[in-house]
Design a protein around this ligand. Structure first.
Ligand SMILES: [Zn+2]
Ligand SMILES: [Zn+2]
Length: 161
């Protein structure tokens, strides 16, 4: 279980309050994500976030396969494994493909829907938390002040082209 350390709240700024989001472009924020345990990148060559997911079907033994998440903040598209029924209401335990650590957060950070959340490091010091239940769109980006300007400028340039 991972711990989410937000004790020093002054280090983080809300994405909604960033000048970038106020211009209505928050869905264009590209998440460059890393495993919070080993620090390895989890984006593939297209930029998508690739994680290993474990799930249990009808109380049977756990299955595991690759889940591919979009790198765009506020975009919920996921490429599910072929043997995964995305229409079912299921909770997936996401795992780092490099070090195989569970990315689940300790239970005090459970989502409003009651399912556990998992976390990734975004950019260099920011944190993203996401609900592990398919169909739940709860997610948070804790934007670290050190990350704000370089990436906002980068994305602004991209979207202006
Ligand atoms: Zn890792
Ligand atoms: Zn949820």
């Amino acid at each position: 279980m991972l711990k989410l350390n937000l004790d020093n709240k002054d280090e983080f700024v809300s994405i909604e309050k960033s000048p970038y989001a106020q211009k209505g472009h928050s869905n264009l924020v590209k998440l460059w994500a890393k495993c919070p345990v080993c620090g390895k990148d989890v984006n593939n060559e297209k930029g998508q976030i690739v994680l290993l997911g474990k799930w249990e079907e009808n109380g049977e033994h756990k299955r595991h396969d690759i889940f591919t998440l979009t790198d765009k903040f506020d975009d919920y598209r996921i490429e599910f494994p072929e043997n995964f029924d995305a229409k079912k209401d299921m909770t997936v335990e996401f795992i780092c493909p490099s070090c195989k650590s569970s990315l689940l957060l300790e239970s005090k950070h459970d989502c409003k829907c009651g399912s556990p959340c998992f976390m990734l490091t975004a950019f260099s010091k920011s944190i993203i938390t996401l609900c592990s239940r398919t169909g739940c769109k709860e997610h948070m980006l804790y934007l670290n002040k050190d990350d704000t300007w370089p990436f906002i400028r980068q994305i602004y340039t991209d979207s202006a082209q």
